[in-house]
Design a binder for this molecule. Structure first.
Ligand SMILES: [Zn+2]
Length: 453
């Protein structure tokens, strides 16, 4: 591995899409330490001696992409129930997930995060909610993987306390006791959460879903998160099955239920949000609640098409997520830009979501969901140097508009990916871990989960 400590980088001659502010057809970005210090047209001029110069000719520079929903452990559990509904898929998957241990999580998270980096992701969340007893520290295993791969990481301490005997969907042996969940969650916040500007690691509190978590745990989780100033995350309104379950068991629709529990607000972002009423859309906007849109996963499970255009029109924050690899096998984050755009247009017409709006979802929209819009999500002086440089030569050169070339077809290769000024990907290859080692770690985790090793 070459020296990764170079922290002065100058990118020149690139087409720059800062997302906030005007596009620059041929410009420069200067990086000092972990920050962007200048973005502008033309060459950078005199810069610090010893800075690494990157020629961005034929490249598009965008902010690093933000992944707002994932389950990294699922890299080890891909291909299960390939044609099932969410509930059919979950019931089959729980049996497999009950076998998770720290070694499986470590390998799966390494492969999953490496795959994200290779599609332009610089900040990722993870929602881990399966903690079988006596299997090591699963949460720490994924945090270690994020450190090795070099991504900014927001692991969400998930939980399930409503097993089948309590009217929930998961079997009783994969759920935990509420007191134990809250104790472990508080410990994770105290041990890992870094609220500072430029933080590489922030924790969120994330009970799994209305059909696997008690109302009591939802309320106590919100109290815990708010007492520590961390964010809240859960799945909501994903499928028609969930609507039916909530109507039967709770006497109301999912978002109405969350609202009553105090679970809408500017410190909350929610995965999926497919089945929303007009009132739900208004409540998201009024309360500043974010939505993590996962179009490939929604398509894979036949869940439906989220009301992204309506949420944006109402003013709610919306980000993109790949969701776990078990429900969106190997989905690249940059590909979700295209998928989001096409699915909105398929439902609402060609003006529903432009390429630039879809890029906003993947960048500043995700940053807003995570409460980090002052730090990441756009290319501006003073923000963190999370930058993706996409190579638009070759086949992509036949499209004149670089943002259209980037968003409409197959994602172009990465020339460079910087996270806090540090090179994580160069010429399409990982530079922190190797591609081969990350892929091997994921395959080993899969074999181990299946009991083959
Ligand atoms: Zn999910």
């Amino acid at each position: 591995m070459r020296d990764l400590a170079v922290r002065r980088v100058v990118i020149e001659n690139a087409y720059i899409t800062p997302v906030v502010g005007e596009e620059i057809p041929c410009g420069h970005i200067v990086v000092e330490g972990d920050r962007i210090t200048a973005v502008g047209p033309g060459p950078a001029g005199a810069v610090h001696e010893g800075a690494e110069r990157v020629d961005g000719s034929g490249c598009l520079a965008t902010p690093g992409l933000v992944n707002t929903h994932h389950h990294l452990y699922q890299w080890a559990a891909q291909g299960v129930t390939p044609d099932g509904t969410l509930f059919e898929w979950l019931v089959a998957s729980y049996r497999l997930w009950a076998r998770l241990d720290a070694e499986v999580v470590s390998g799966a998270a390494t492969a999953g995060l490496a795959w994200l980096a290779k599609s332009g992701c610089t900040t990722s969340t993870d929602h881990h909610y399966v903690f079988p007893r006596g299997r090591g520290d699963l949460f720490e295993a994924e945090i270690d993987a994020a450190r090795r791969v070099g991504l900014r990481f927001h692991p969400c301490r998930g939980s399930m306390d409503r097993g089948r005997s309590q009217g929930g969907l998961p079997p009783d042996d994969v759920v935990e006791e509420a007191d134990e969940i809250l104790r472990a969650t508080e410990e994770a916040i105290q041990k890992f959460h870094d609220p500072s500007f430029g933080s590489m690691l922030r924790i969120a509190v994330a009970p799994c879903s209305p059909f696997s978590v008690s109302g009591d745990l939802m309320i106590r989780s919100a109290e815990l998160a708010r007492s520590h100033g961390v964010r809240l995350h859960t799945h909501i309104a994903e499928t028609a099955d969930e609507d039916e379950h909530c109507r039967e068991q709770l006497g109301m629709l999912p978002v109405e239920y969350l609202d009553g529990l105090g679970w809408l607000g500017p410190d909350v972002w929610l995965a999926h949000c497919v089945h929303l009423t007009d009132k739900d859309v208004r409540r998201f906007a009024e309360t500043g609640t974010g939505a993590a849109h996962c179009p490939s996963s929604n398509g894979r499970l036949g869940a439906g098409i989220a009301r992204v255009a309506d949420l944006l029109r109402a003013g709610a924050p919306v980000g993109l997520g790949v969701d776990g690899a078990a429900s969106s096998e190997m989905t690249p984050l940059a590909g979700e830009i295209r998928m989001a755009m096409l699915m909105q247009r398929a439902r609402y017409g060609p003006g529903a979501l432009t390429a630039r709006q879809a890029l906003e979802l993947a960048t500043i929209g995700g940053a807003r969901c995570l409460g980090r819009a002052a730090e990441i999500g756009s290319l501006e002086a003073g923000k963190l140097a999370d930058i993706a440089l996409w190579r638009l030569g070759g086949f992509h050169a036949a499209v004149d508009d670089p943002v259209v070339a980037f968003a409409y077809g197959q994602t172009p290769p990465l020339a460079r990916l910087l996270v806090g000024g540090r090179t994580v990907v160069e010429d399409g290859e990982l530079r922190t871990v190797t591609d081969a080692a990350a892929a091997e770690a994921g395959t080993r985790a899969h074999r181990r989960l299946l009991g083959e090793t």
